[in-house]
Design a protein around this ligand. Sequence first.
Ligand code: PMP
Length: 360
Amino acid sequence: MSRAYNFCAGPATLPEAVLRQAQEEMLDWRGTGMSVMEMSHRSDDFVAIAEAAEQDLRQLAGISDDYAVLFMQGGASSQFSTIPLNLLGDKGSADYVNTGIWSKKAIAEASRYADVNVVASAEANGFTSIPDQAVWQTGADAAYLHYTPNETIGGLEFDFVPDSGDVPLVADMSSTMLSRPLDVSKFGLIYAGAQKNIGPSGLVVVIIRKDLLGKARRETPTMMNYQVIADNGSMYNTPATYSWYLAGLVFKWLKAQGGVEAMAKINDRKARKLYDFIDGNDFYANPIEPRFRSWMNVPFTLAEDALNSEFLKGADARGLLNLKGHRSVGGMRASIYNAMPEAGVDALIDYMAEFAEEQA
Ligand code: PMP
């Protein structure tokens, strides 16, 4: 059996070495006679697995002791409501930047709890560019500023970290987490759904500055209260143990690759290759302003939409899977997260060149 190159935006491809290790350890984790899935989350073995995952993530992302790291459930979407419930405190409003579909979802959910002030929107330029921070209209009394560093569907990525002054900066890093180095100290809260660069879906990693804990509204569900989750080591209830373990294996794999600095070099190279090819070939196009092109999600269109299904069929036949763009934007999208080998990007470019040639 050979593995395909899976360009899905999420759940996304995982490192083959991680899957093989999980396979080897499946029936009998290190002589315990059971799989990690079957272990008590209170057992010494699982607690050690969980702690190692947290320590490895702290090391990879440079997370200081000023921050709590939480392994929560419900995906990134659950955080859209968890964040306002926990961070609004006695304030009634929050600032949000709208750069695409995921920003909009976060805004819609937060609007149930807060007066959302949209400080800037990329809607006017068709979500192809990020408004300069000089023109952002921040609110006078915002509890926090939320943005989406990488829009997974649009393929629009910030090339800067906004300056939010004393207002805590909150970032949905679902599709960019661990793709490049990050200065965590600039953020009040970072969250990332796991199914792109971290592990299985359902798990969501939350990195929160400790002074932001303990401000949850009274009606906040216990399972969504950051303070409760932090006080209980993310084990207030039964955590997603197997996903946590797999995330830990991914973190170990990342460290073995040389960490996020090494990944950034590879990711830059992979993305550059693909965009250079798209720009250099009249048959393909990507609409995003070059400086804001995503390293992780590369949407592109063919010269004629009528050729989309033929393109996808040919790609499937070569084991280049899940290239169909999101239904809201059409065209194609290649997600090239950390675990997508450079050879996968090369194979995609070869196929794209051949397909374009056939149409000429
Ligand atoms: N935010 C971003 C940027 C995403 O890409 C996604 C998922 N594609 C989500 C939020 C939602 O994640 P989940 O499905 O884990 O709730």
